[in-house]
Design a protein around this ligand. Structure first.
Ligand code: GLN
Length: 196
């Protein structure tokens, strides 16, 4: 079966653990470098990306996790997790550095104060029904690199889900809606990589 870690330093950890468990993954809460051993994939949850960046260093997870990602470990970043995976981040907090790997540019807190948080339904390439999506101080994907697929857009065309090889990123939180289809999509990615 697919053994999937959820980075468990801060943010929306338990909802991801529950969703992945519902779709049949074996889930590991990742707090130490040892927890990274033997993973087939990892989820980087939402929260606050600048805080996650600091905690990754404090817990000595940043370097081993970066090495695993460069080696092709499948990863799914939601919201702050997407910011960690993005190659380029606009409006970084002072001193903040990402992990990179996903060839996109994202803008932190791109929706401004009026649209702080909202919920909508999105067509998602590879999923056969509209996906419920919750946005909370979300980043927007403003540029998409060569070879990177756009999987979902807002009605105004703004890109909110992308995939490059084994890296998946969404601006939104699917784990807060009870719709597990994006988690299912990621588990399928992980299984394909296992058999690959
Ligand atoms: N605004 C947060 C950040 O910059 C992300 C918010 C979220 O993950 N829901 O990291």
């Amino acid at each position: 079966s697919a053994r999937i870690g959820v980075l468990a330093l801060q943010g929306g950890v338990s909802e991801h653990i529950e969703a992945l468990t519902r779709v049949g993954a074996e889930v590991v809460a990742v707090r130490t470098p040892e927890h990274l051993h033997g993973l087939d994939g990892i989820v980087l949850p939402g929260g606050e990306s600048s805080v996650l960046d600091k905690l990754l260093r404090m817990f000595e997870l940043r370097d081993p996790l970066t090495a695993l990602l460069r080696g092709g470990l499948p990863a799914y970043g939601t919201c702050a997790g997407l910011i960690l995976l993005a190659d380029t981040v606009l409006d970084l907090a002072p001193g903040q550095q990402g992990l990179g790997g996903l060839p996109v540019t994202v803008r932190r807190n791109a929706f401004g104060s009026q649209a702080h948080s909202f919920e909508t339904e999105l067509a998602f390439a590879g999923i056969d029904h509209p996906v419920r999506a919750t946005f909370i101080r979300a980043p927007l994907i403003t540029e998409v690199g060569e070879g990177t697929d756009v999987l979902a857009r807002l009605a105004d065309g703004g890109v909110v889900a992308t995939r490059y090889r084994n890296l998946l990123g969404t601006s939104f939180h699917p784990e807060l809606t009870g719709d597990d289809s994006v988690h299912e999509y990621f588990v399928e990615m992980v299984r394909a990589a296992q058999n690959g």
